[in-house]
Design a protein around this ligand. Structure first.
Ligand code: SF4
Ligand code: SF4
Ligand code: SF4
Length: 680
């Protein structure tokens, strides 16, 4: 069998509209494409109307129809046609069909009337026998594929289309090719059934008919109205509206008697089929009052997916009824009865078989496991929002189990996954920005260190000479107080220069890191003792708190250099609190990172935002002239870098003050090649 409905390759945009609209759950999402599952599809065409990207398409029937026209085919038209072409008079549509080249134009409504007689006969002969009408191929297909236990109750009769085809081919024009034109894609599939195929050679849809007229440049509006070829119908034209079959067959429609039940719309149809299935399972059929079910898949054929008419269903129905009442070719009772009688011996029977498949059913554990993959761990996580196209999360989980749906079809799950990804991206962006800033600073510091080292080396030697000669001068100036004072001034200032040069060399340090096992708690205690001794003279209002976590490991550090770092930080902390305050010096082992965290926090005014980026630059200082060289923090930076560590400054979040944190590896990094430098 050919696929009546298919998905154009790579056109699906994954909106799941078709999945939501398909009552047969005949659409499988596979590799991001919503594919039609032939075995489940009833060719109702609802997915075609629902697809916003025109990915769902109907097989092209026109080429075959045109071949048949060339062979002298006739066309038979579905009775809904006055509703499908509201822009033209019904008679103009019939004239246009002749202009296209069809050798005859017949009405399916006559076949419907012939068929109605068969229904009536069946009802009269066995009024208590449960019968489901089989005029609607989508309804029949749904029952065959999705309600197999109901199949034995399908009326074993041909559809109006097949009956009319048989009338034409067996009696009116034997051997002529017959094309059916109608509003229904399910008719295309029905035609392929072996019991129908001999009577109908091709099916075209009303939109295809319109396209054919356009291609042949035929404008029905310019044509004089025409009539169908006989035999003409009287009331069979009401078949496309709900209840049309019951009316035409003259079945009892007394509501209180309730022997006949007519379904309205798709929901009503499915509700009825499910009710019958449940009753059959319970063995409760005999209790049913209704014995005849007039079922239509759509809201009648005038509401079919291929009726391109924006008018209300009421107006469409009026158009069909107006045509029946006002057509010029309405036959007399006698002519009509004679036509039907002449064809009364035609065999209109056919059989139906179940095409249902046994679907695998997941265990409760398997359903739970699938639900958990989209974060549905508790009943309240199951939103049942239907965005995936399934009525509940559970139904969708079962579809996943059966290979019909994909996990990613759950919209709330996708949204939360996207949110998590955006969060992650934001976090990595922040981390990248931080690393980028650190790299820029490291680069700046490295070039500064290079410059500082160069200058210090160049200045160091002449400075040594100045100092030697200044000391010699001091020895030679006995007797002149003025000269002695001048020489002492030279020595003092030269020593100051020497200490600045020493600081620059420390900052750009190219010395070896002499790592040895260091007791960190002891190191901090020593630093605090030295810091406290300094503060005793310069700032007695400063208190020191030692906050060392228990169980610190022994670390491989250059003790003297780390002590210098701590003392520089302590000195700064003391200096920023001239009126006194508290300095807390702490140590923690960051086991996961394999690092030691040493912190020095004060209760001073904190660091202004505009200073944050300059703190570690050589010669940047906020201290008064003569009180600081601006080399203390750069030296700390140089030492920490040589330990393959980091030093950061921030303002405290638990109160006023600044906080410096030094992080160094507990063990010497394997990659450390003996000498590490700021410039490396
Ligand atoms: S034609 Fe109908 S049954 Fe087939 S996939 Fe589309 S909506 Fe589902
Ligand atoms: S309606 Fe179906 S075929 Fe069309 S884009 Fe949406 S998911 Fe794809
Ligand atoms: S929460 Fe997800 S699985 Fe559940 S119905 Fe909505 S889209 Fe479908």
């Amino acid at each position: 069998m050919t696929s009546v409905i298919y998905t154009a390759p790579d056109q699906c945009r994954r909106c799941y509209s078709c999945v939501r609209r398909c009552p047969a759950k005949a659409i499988r999402v596979h590799d991001g494409q919503a594919e039609v599952i032939e075995d489940r599809c009833v060719a109702c065409g609802r997915c075609v109307a629902a697809c916003p990207s025109r990915a769902k398409r109907i097989v092209d029937n026109l080429p075959r129809a045109m071949e048949l026209i060339a062979e002298g085919a006739v066309v038979m038209v579905a009775p809904s046609f006055p509703a499908a072409f509201p822009q033209w008079q019904p008679g103009q549509v019939l004239a246009a069909l002749r202009s296209v080249g069809f050798a005859g134009v017949y009405e399916v409504a006559f076949g419907a009337e012939l068929l109605s007689r068969a229904y009536r006969r069946r009802f009269d002969e066995q009024p208590r026998r449960l019968t489901i009408a089989t005029a609607c191929p989508a309804a029949v297909g749904y029952i065959q594929k999705h309600a197999p236990t109901v199949v034995p109750f399908l009326a074993p009769l041909l559809s109006p289309m097949a009956v009319m085809g048989k009338v034409i081919k067996e009696r009116l024009r034997p051997g002529v090719p017959v094309v059916f034109a109608g509003p229904c894609t399910a008719k295309i599939k029905e035609r392929e059934d072996p019991s129908v195929a001999p009577w109908v050679d091709a099916v075209i849809t009303f939109p295809e008919l319109k396209a054919l007229l356009a291609e042949r440049r035929i404008d029905p509006a310019t044509l004089a109205s025409d009539e169908f070829n006989p035999p003409h119908s009287r009331t069979g034209g009401v078949f496309p509206v709900p209840g049309g079959l019951v009316h035409t067959a003259g079945l009892p429609s007394d509501l209180l008697e309730s022997l006949v039940f007519t379904t309205i719309g798709l929901e009503g149809f499915i509700d009825t089929v499910e009710a019958l299935t449940r009753r059959l399972a319970r063995g409760a059929l005999p209790e049913l009052q209704a014995r005849f079910f007039d079922v239509l898949y759509c809201q009648g054929c005038t509401g079919g997916p291929l009726v391109e008419n924006s008018e209300t269903l009421l107006r469409r129905k009026e158009r069909v009824l107006d045509f029946i009442r006002r057509r010029p070719g309405l036959p007399s009772d006698a002519t009509w009865s004679r036509s039907l009688d002449e064809l009364g011996d035609l065999e209109l029977g056919r059989g139906f078989r179940s095409e249902g498949r046994v679907e695998p059913t997941p265990s409760e554990e398997e359903v739970r496991q699938i639900l958990s993959r989209t974060g549905k761990l508790r009943p309240e996580d199951e939103l049942n929002c239907r965005a995936c196209g399934y009525r509940s999360c559970r139904e969708k989980a079962i579809a996943v189990f059966r290979g019909l749906a994909e996990i990613d079809m759950c919209l709330p799950y996708l949204v939360s996954r996207l949110e998590a990804m955006v969060d992650k991206l934001n976090r990595s962006h922040e981390e990248l920005t931080t690393v980028h800033d650190q790299l820029l600073r490291a680069e700046r510091m490295a070039s500064m260190g290079q410059l500082a080292a160069g200058i210090a080396h160049e200045v160091n030697n002449p400075l040594g000479t100045v100092l030697i000669y200044a000391h010699l001068l001091l020895e030679d100036v006995e007797g002149s107080e003025q000269l002695r004072a001048d020489a002492e001034m030279i020595v003092r200032e030269a020593n100051r220069c020497k200490s600045i040069v020493g600081g620059l060399l420390d900052f750009a340090r190219q010395n070896k890191v002499d790592r040895r096992p260091v007791d960190v708690a002891e190191l901090l205690t020593a630093a605090v003792a030295l810091g406290a001794a300094q503060a005793r003279d310069s700032n007695p209002g400063v208190a020191f708190v030692l906050d060392v976590a228990p169980g610190l490991p022994t670390a491989a550090l250059d003790r003297d250099q780390l002590l210098q770092v701590l003392l520089n930080l302590l000195r700064n902390a003391i200096d920023v609190m001239p009126g006194g305050g508290t300095v807390t010096i702490g140590a923690r082992h960051l086991a996961d990172a394999g690092e030691l965290s040493l912190t020095v926090a004060d209760t001073g005014p904190g660091i202004p935002a505009e200073h944050m980026n300059k703190l570690f630059s050589p010669f940047f200082t906020t201290k008064p002239v003569g009180r600081g060289t601006g080399l203390g923090l750069p030296i700390c930076y140089g030492i920490v870098k040589m330990h393959r560590g980091t030093i950061t400054a921030s303002n405290r979040t638990d109160g006023p003050g600044a906080r410096f944190e030094v992080r160094v590896p507990v063990d010497a990094p394997a990659a450390e090649a003996g000498v590490a430098t700021l410039l490396s």
